[in-house]
Design a protein around this ligand. Structure first.
Ligand SMILES: [Zn+2]
Length: 255
């Protein structure tokens, strides 16, 4: 997002707080972005980020996955409300959750404090027009970064992406991987250690492409950090505004 876009985003977030009474993003109790009970539940479910078995879509690239928790309950509600429900006031809450994931990833990737670049998965032009902001970058901008680590926008979408022709959510895993192939390009990562950052991992196809493109550009990419992960085939639905029972599956936690 450029500087003008960021200014508009910040203004809109502030204006929405003034114009609309604040209510809990999960249970709608008036008074706060998240009520005390829902905040506690969110903290409980995300306080121990872990490494997960990579989904099938990531198998080819041999990358590790760190996540705050399963894509369900309070975490899913917050992510969906933030991305699709206009609840931009949840960015700091999700930033705190992502901070825990980045800390965990950094412990594994750079145990003695080696430099690490956090590289957000870029939003497609199509999604950016629809939402008018980039969810991953907004959340990432509100994290407390571990020492010796930096955010680097080293990936961007190619303009004439084949994803534009077919909405991703209508594709199965194999088709999705093929459609995503060639959709990104990397820059400024030669010789760097990079961890890809995304909000929700579903099939893993997008993350796999991000890892491949970064490696082709000369980066070492040990893994991916996400807020939440969903079992392949249980798509959260790009147009959803509430969390449904179909997103309650969670891959087996390794630790
Ligand atoms: Zn609540």
């Amino acid at each position: 997002m450029d500087r003008a876009g960021a200014a508009v985003w910040t203004w809109a977030a502030a204006a929405s707080e003034v114009l609309l009474p604040v209510s809990c993003a999960v249970c709608e109790e008036p008074g706060a972005v998240l009520c005390r009970g829902c905040h506690l539940m969110l903290r409980r479910s995300t306080v121990h980020p872990g490494e997960l078995l990579a989904p099938r879509g990531l198998a080819a690239v041999d990358a590790r996955v760190w996540a705050a928790g399963p894509y369900e309950h309070e975490l899913a509600s917050c992510v969906l409300s933030f991305k699709n429900g206009g609840r931009t006031d949840l960015a700091p809450v999700l930033g705190t959750v992502l901070t825990g994931v980045l800390l965990r990833a950094a412990q594994h990737v750079a145990p003695t404090g080696e430099p690490v670049l956090w590289v957000p998965v870029p939003t497609s032009t199509r999604a950016r027009w629809k939402r008018w902001f980039d969810p991953v970058q907004e959340i990432l901008a509100r994290t407390s970064l571990p020492p010796a680590t930096w955010i680097h926008r080293g990936l961007e979408h190619r303009h004439r992406s084949r994803l534009g022709a077919t909405p991703q959510k209508t594709l199965d895993v194999a088709h999705r991987a093929r459609a995503i192939k060639g959709s990104m390009r990397a820059s400024g990562v030669q010789g760097a250690t990079c961890v890809v950052v995304d909000d929700v991992m579903t099939s893993g196809a997008t993350a796999a492409e991000a890892v491949s493109v970064l490696r082709q550009a000369g980066a070492r990419v040990p893994g991916i950090a996400v807020l939440a992960t969903v079992r392949a085939g249980c798509s959260p639905g790009a147009d959803s505004t509430t969390a449904g029972s179909h997103v309650s599956e969670f891959p087996h936690s390794l630790n």
